[in-house]
Design a protein around this ligand. Structure first.
Ligand SMILES: [Zn+2]
Length: 454
């Protein structure tokens, strides 16, 4: 469903964006109002004012989680064309003013030694290849400095996150290699336990297996700190979260998680977790998926999924060998039989709650684009992100708070992780020097050991 008519996307540097961005406010559709707050009845989705548009397109907008990545491997899919069966592509990224994306390197549990690592390499390669094909629009970025420089020259800074500790297959060498290839966070688990960390589960809460992180799990977190890779606690069990907070020297992120006090889902964060995250200096990047943020949508989503089971089985039968065809057919099915949505006001309730409990310095955006089958009404795709800025302003948040939430909080956390990596390297260097015999002492030892000369 599209609310904003197609128009040429922006490739202009940031200083030119504003003039191109303004028409969005004229195009925003006005739906029936359903939310009511202290600021009176909200029109939903909200009309984007010129001031909100200016703020949005001037700020650095960071998203923590996009699952559009597998499409980059489909030779028939065009990133630079506008689609109606996905949440993201280049034209809509530009319309939405998105500046920084963490592309998810995700795959489910795979049988076979080396298979997850191999598939991750192929997916990482697909991100690199996409950047190579669109050099005027995308840039790989591995640091806060390179993010700011890419965004400053009008490009979308691209980073990657490995979603699920199972993907390193118990090898720190894989973790380090992923970092060298541009991966800047790893989610410790997906929706199932790994050999070293408990997951929250997704559909239902899982019984703990390890009671949090094992000693190897703690080693993984320390190695991530050493590298400067962010520790992502989305999907993990509550105990894994607290263990990660205890072990990590750098602030942690939740790349796509919401608030359990607003919607009781095991994948969401409790208030105690939000407070611990704030103390740790981290950031919770809020997930937009209706079934996670709205309990009613969770129930209707379950029923809807059950009603689609025959259609889905047919797709599997029809394309047993062709993953791209299966994915296309599933996207078509979602268009024909759309999943339940939630009002945009519910998503804003999560933002309000996270800001209230964790503080404005600890909240960000983690849309879960193309990883979920539906999004809230008025936020059906990434082109509608300026409405989030408007809605946050409508809820009484200051421009400064909105800027932090849009991206500055995540950039601060990444900068701190970079500093922690430098501190760890400096300590290791000092220790190595202390272990090495000093030059004067060496020659003295050598003199004593060798037969007298002269
Ligand atoms: Zn996820």
């Amino acid at each position: 469903m599209q609310h904003v008519p197609a128009r040429p996307f922006r490739t202009a540097p940031r200083r030119h964006r504003l003039t191109l961005a303004v028409p969005l406010c004229l195009l925003a559709s006005l739906g029936p109002g359903s939310g009511t707050r202290a600021d009176g009845p909200l029109r939903e989705p909200p009309e984007v004012s010129e001031a909100a548009s200016r703020l949005h397109f001037d700020a650095i907008v960071v998203d923590g989680h996009s699952d559009t990545t597998p499409l980059f491997q489909d030779p028939s899919w065009r990133f630079d064309e506008r689609h109606d069966d996905t949440h993201m592509d280049l034209p809509r990224i530009r319309e939405g003013g998105l500046d920084v994306q963490f592309w998810s390197i995700y795959m489910g549990a795979l049988e076979g030694d080396g298979r997850a690592i191999r598939e991750a390499i192929e997916r990482i390669d697909a991100v690199h290849e996409l950047v190579r094909r669109f050099p005027d629009d995308l840039a790989l970025a591995g640091s806060v400095a390179s993010i700011r420089s890419a965004v400053g020259s009008g490009k979308v800074a691209s980073l990657m996150g490995v979603e699920g500790g199972h993907i390193i297959e118990g090898r720190l060498a894989a973790l380090r290699t992923f970092y060298r290839l541009g991966v800047r966070y790893m989610t410790l688990t997906h929706s199932f336990h790994t050999e070293w960390a408990d997951s929250s589960g997704t559909e239902e809460a899982l019984e703990p297996l390890h009671g949090g992180l094992t000693s190897f799990g703690r080693q993984v977190v320390r190695e991530m700190n050493r590298l400067g890779m962010l520790v992502d606690v989305s999907h993990v069990s509550d105990q894994t979260f607290f263990d990660a907070i205890e072990v990590s020297r750098a602030p942690v992120i939740a790349s796509h998680s919401s608030c359990r006090a607003v919607a009781n889902h095991p994948r969401n964060m409790t208030d105690a977790m939000l407070r611990a995250l704030a103390q740790n200096g981290g950031v919770v990047m809020l997930n937009f998926y209706p079934a996670y943020i709205d309990e009613r949508a969770a129930d209707s989503t379950k029923a809807h999924r059950a009603s689609l089971s025959e259609d889905i089985a047919l797709i599997e039968q029809r394309y047993p060998e062709d993953e791209f065809a299966r994915r296309r057919a599933r996207r078509q099915l979602r268009l024909e039989k759309p999943y339940p949505q939630a009002p945009l006001s519910v998503l804003l309730d999560h933002f309000d709650h996270a800001i209230e409990v964790a503080g404005a310095d600890h909240v960000g955006i983690g849309g879960d684009w193309d990883g979920v089958p539906s999004l809230p009404r008025g936020m059906e795709d990434v082109s509608q992100l300026p409405r989030l800025t408007q809605a946050l302003l409508n809820r009484g948040h200051s421009e400064e708070t909105v800027r932090k939430i849009l991206g500055e909080n995540l950039l601060r956390v990444l900068a701190r992780a970079e500093d922690v990596a430098k501190e760890i390297a400096a300590t290791a260097r000092t220790q190595a020097r202390a272990r090495r015999p000093r030059a004067g002492r060496t020659s003295e030892l050598a003199r004593n050991a060798s037969p007298a000369r002269d």
